[in-house]
Design a protein around this ligand. Structure first.
Ligand SMILES: Cc1cc2nc3c(=O)[nH]c(=O)nc-3n(C[C@H](O)[C@H](O)[C@H](O)COP(=O)(O)OP(=O)(O)OC[C@H]3O[C@@H](n4cnc5c(N)ncnc54)[C@H](O)[C@@H]3O)c2cc1C
Length: 406
């Protein structure tokens, strides 16, 4: 790989794994080696959710392996220990309370209260500037689907939630979703904590985008409180990013943009094929990379009005972002740029960026084991392709083990 940055390199594994003991490093080696086995991962990702539901005693095994690698803890208190350790290395934390796939008004209210509890806690810490939320954590999936289906312009930001398609009961239900969002964002604004709204499947994303933009218009006036997530593995999202920026400019708010490639590629392609509509996903990895890098460049060009989070494990994209900052003479600690990687992955990027004075964090999920299973299964899948992330992670771990002579 050509390094687009003349000075920074992600090769230093001593910095990357300084926070791990020899024992922890060996465990990571074992875990990533196991995840390289596609058959094992396929079986595991099918069996585990079922086994948890059936009440089989596998929690201990999960807790000591994949959970420990990718999750901060089952409670906020446990997670604090990880956050404190990361702080010693100049690394921030994005807290992610793991709620996925739980429906019902009581669960939605409970998730909202949890998000606020996380915000209140983050507000008291030095290195927790952000937390993340999922709108599906406090809104019924089918309600979002119905609103999404009613959106006519799929190519850009409409800013309108099409509530006219809802029944009276559903309209009231949507109002409760909006009220929950307000409650979360206003608590975050008061505590100076940024809220990153995760991007999800395309068939629920329109109302999520519209609601998030509405919140930005209210709360992102002189600082960035709310960030939308833009998935550049979608072929329409570079245009969407530019359109969002134009809206921010016209309405005089700061756009919060967390750029990702996207986590639901297989699912998106499968659904498009099954339901016979054009896939929303880019035709190739190169196309995703091209739009991702173009998105980063666009945001850095407009950093006065965009708060950018480069959320990626791609070394080239991360280095290119730093190179662009340098080219424009922008400081590494510019308040509108931040980098982030998932906890348990790409430590070489995180810790080397922190060493170079960039604002960088680990995305740190926490929650009871049964609640974070979908997240863990996504990590296992993502790390099971030999050519992809596993190869990268294993290579780095082995290099550090050799350096430590363990
Ligand atoms: C801090 C953080 C927050 C995140 N939040 C979200 C979120 O809210 N929503 C979400 O969906 N994801 C989220 N992700 C996951 C992210 O979208 C990616 O799945 C993951 O980070 C891998 O992409 P990468 O940029 O690290 O780079 P790489 O490892 O270089 O790229 C892998 C990605 O490229 C894309 N890709 C691979 N093959 C092809 C192909 N043949 N054609 C087209 N595209 C292809 C896919 O998106 C794949 O995940 C987050 C990631 C991080 C680090």
């Amino acid at each position: 790989m050509d390094n687009p940055h003349p000075v920074i390199s992600f090769d230093n594994t001593e910095y990357a794994f300084a926070y791990k003991t020899d024992q922890e490093l060996k465990k990571a080696n074992f875990l990533f080696s196991s995840m390289g086995n596609q058959l094992l991962v396929n079986l595991g990702t099918r069996f585990t959710p079922w086994a948890i539901k059936a009440g089989l005693p596998i929690k201990g095994l999960i807790r000591n392996t994949i959970f420990k690698q990718f999750v901060g803890g089952e409670t906020l208190d446990e997670t604090v220990r990880v956050a404190n350790k990361l702080e010693q290395f100049g690394v921030d934390v994005i807290l992610d309370y793991g709620v996925e796939g739980k429906e019902g008004e009581d669960n939605f209210d409970h998730a909202t209260e949890e998000f606020i509890r996380v915000i209140n806690f983050a507000g008291t810490q030095h290195n927790i500037p952000f937390m993340s939320i999922k709108v599906t954590g406090f809104a019924r999936f089918a309600l979002l689907e119905k609103l999404d289906a009613a959106a006519t312009d799929k190519s850009g930001y409409e800013g309108t939630v099409h509530t006219e398609v809802l029944t009276e009961t559903e309209k009231a239900e949507w109002q409760r979703v909006v009220a929950r969002m307000h409650k979360i964002i206003s608590a975050a604004a008061a505590k100076n904590v940024g809220v990153l709204v995760d991007a999800e499947e395309t068939w629920v994303q329109d109302p999520v985008d519209a609601l998030t933009m509405q919140m930005m218009e209210l709360y992102n006036l002189d600082k960035v409180v709310v960030y939308n997530t833009i998935q550049l593995y979608r072929h329409d999202r570079l245009a969407f990013l530019k359109d969002s920026y134009r809206q921010a400019e016209a309405r005089r708010f700061i756009l919060g943009a967390k750029l990702v490639r996207g986590a639901y590629m297989e699912k998106e392609r499968r659904r498009a094929e099954e339901q016979n509509y054009p896939s929303p996903i880019q035709p190739s990895k190169e196309a995703s990379d091209r739009d991702y890098n173009a998105g980063v460049e666009f945001c850095i060009e407009h950093l006065d009005r965009i708060g950018l989070i480069v959320a990626s494990h791609n070394e080239q994209s991360s280095l290119q972002a730093v190179a662009l900052l340098d080219k424009k003479g922008l400081p590494h600690d510019h308040k509108h740029i931040h980098f982030s990687q998932l906890y348990g992955m790409s430590d070489n990027i995180t810790f080397n960026l922190a060493k170079a004075g960039l604002s960088v964090s680990k995305y740190l999920p926490f929650g009871p084991i049964h609640d974070v299973i979908p997240y863990l299964m996504r990590r296992a899948q993502e790390n099971s392709s030999v050519s992809g992330q596993t190869g990268r992670e294993l290579g780095l771990i082995k290099k550090e083990m050799q350096r430590r002579k363990i």
